[in-house]
Design a binder for this molecule. Structure first.
Ligand code: ADP
Ligand code: LRH
Length: 480
């Protein structure tokens, strides 16, 4: 059979990229056609995404990717654009780090208690869940005129094709999907007064999502019709689909702006213990559940690097390697780190408040961040195994953090498990592979993973030393 070409649009919170992929029997190649920064914009009304800038980056990328057999779009979760009755975007989509949702979860829980919310949706209690964003904006002018809500990847798909849909894996981050039926949680929506007709019909990964509009084809120089395929449009769902696991006893950590650490399961875990441990049950490819915890992730480092005027990351990581391990750690799941700004100071303050040495230099703060992330990875992987009754013997690290050797090594040591790192562009691989699956070029996710394992360079880190210092660090954070 022939090798086919695909374009994967992958919108991360720190950068967007269009990757060109080639897939065939025994063939899997991915090259970067175009990468563009994703810079949030601070307006008088709050923190917003530059959606038109991102769309322009997508078009530039599709032009650079050249002729393809299909296009797929994935991106970060929870955020959305509202359209008016003419299908025009109402304002700039709000950034999930905008403070508008402060106190909203508490208000919603007064109508539907937290345990009932979890039973209905299996979703972690994050302040930015779409459900809370909708509640925060209930009386806004935009809400008055909104006829349609499109999640970010679905909005890009709409602009490219003129067709509207709500892709399921990303819909599962809204707080309005039932992880058992994999359909809307109709009862919950009714109780909370959410009008589900705002959402376009659900699409499954692999469903057709239209063809590029003639104007788009002209802009990117495409000769014939180009189909768009609904992929696992939540970037984390695409990344998990492309975890190069060879057996079922694996955990994964998708490390980019966030660290999403957990397991692939065939059914959600909806216990009270799971809820209080703040594990989420998001939906994945082939009927799977992504059972994971959100850890603040490399955002901590990104914000420090920004505050320090963008020093070279490689040099910073080398300097951090020379700093003694585990001098001070912070709770990398604390929502206190959600908002942008003053990150080195906030990290130092957290160390002081917990009676630990206060890191000062960029090298010391970077070391504190990486130790803290590894510690949070350890805790999430341990908790997930216990809560799901699903032991693992390997941890796969994918996403941009797979390029950070120190982070991978610390994660292996902290977990006391081997870490297999790569691919760094897992979300784009998952995106391309679901398009290939839709065109019957590859089979189910295990076939995809087999192809990844055979074609992509992966790095293995064996755990060193014992985990006693990590357990001691957990005590310092009062986790034990
Ligand atoms: P997102 O999709 O959330 O925008 P990525 O998966 O692209 O994030 O990961 C971005 C992060 O990956 C950066 O913040 C950086 O910490 C890390 N990273 C990227 N390249 C490298 C590298 N060469 N060495 C170490 N870390 C890297
Ligand atoms: C990672 C991600 C994550 C969500 C967050 C809002 O890019 O999609 O899975 O929780 O962004």
């Amino acid at each position: 059979a022939a090798v086919k070409s695909y374009a994967a649009v992958d919108l991360g919170a720190s950068s967007g990229r269009v990757m060109a992929g080639r897939v065939g029997p025994g063939t899997l190649e991915l090259t970067e056609a175009h990468r563009f920064p994703n810079r949030p914009v601070r307006l008088p009304e709050g923190l917003r995404w530059d959606m038109l800038g991102l769309y322009t980056g997508v078009l530039d990328g599709l032009r650079a990717a050249g002729g393809v057999d299909s296009v797929g779009i994935d991106g970060w979760a929870v955020d959305y654009g509202l359209l008016d009755a003419d299908g025009a975007l109402l304002g700039n989509p709000v950034h999930y780090r905008d403070p508008r949702t402060e106190g909203i979860a508490e208000a919603v829980r007064a109508t539907v208690p937290a345990d009932e919310l979890y039973a209905a949706t299996g979703l972690q209690d994050a302040p930015f869940n779409t459900l809370y964003q909708l509640e925060a904006a209930r009386t806004s002018a935009q809400a008055t005129y909104a006829e349609r809500l499109l999640l970010v990847p679905d909005l890009i798909t709409y602009w490219l094709t003129g067709e509207q849909g709500t892709e399921l894996t990303n819909a599962s981050t809204t707080g309005l999907i039932d992880p058992v039926t994999r359909d809307w949680s109709y009862g919950l929506a009714r109780r909370l007064g959410v009008d589900l007709s705002l959402f376009a019909p659900l699409r499954q990964p692999g469903d057709p999502a239209g063809v590029l509009r003639p104007e788009v084809r002209e802009l990117i120089g495409a000769a014939g019709p180009v189909p768009v395929t609904a992929v696992a449009s939540h970037d984390t769902a695409s990344a998990v689909a492309a975890v190069p696991a060879t057996k079922e006893r694996f955990a994964y950590i998708c490390t980019g702006t966030w660290s999403l650490a957990g397991l692939e399961l065939d059914a959600p875990v909806l216990t009270e213990e799971s809820r209080t441990a703040n594990f989420t049950n998001e939906l994945g490819l082939d009927g799977t559940v992504r059972y994971l915890r959100n850890i603040t992730g490399l955002w901590l480092l990104q914000e420090c690097v920004r505050a320090w005027g963008d020093p070279d990351l490689g040099e910073l990581l080398r300097a951090a390697e020379g700093v003694p391990a585990l001098r001070s750690v912070v709770d990398a799941c604390d929502t206190a780190f959600l908002a942008p700004g003053r990150m080195p100071e906030r990290i130092a303050e957290a160390c002081r408040a917990s009676g630990q040495p206060v890191p000062g230099s960029p090298a010391e703060i970077t070391r504190c961040v990486l130790d803290s992330l590894a510690l949070a990875h350890r805790r999430a992987i341990e908790d997930a195994q216990r809560l799901a009754g699903h032991p693992v013997d390997v941890v796969h690290v994918v996403g941009g953090g797979a390029r950070n050797a120190l982070l991978c090594r610390l994660t292996a040591d902290a977990c006391g498990l081997p870490v297999v790192a790569g691919p760094a562009e897992a979300a784009a691989f998952g995106n391309v592979l679901v398009q290939a699956q839709a065109q019957r070029v590859v089979g189910d996710r295990w076939h995809m993973r087999d192809l990844l394992t055979r074609t992509q360079p992966l790095t293995r880190y064996e755990p060193q030393g014992d985990t006693a210092p990590w357990r001691a660090a957990e005590v310092r954070l009062a986790w034990r």
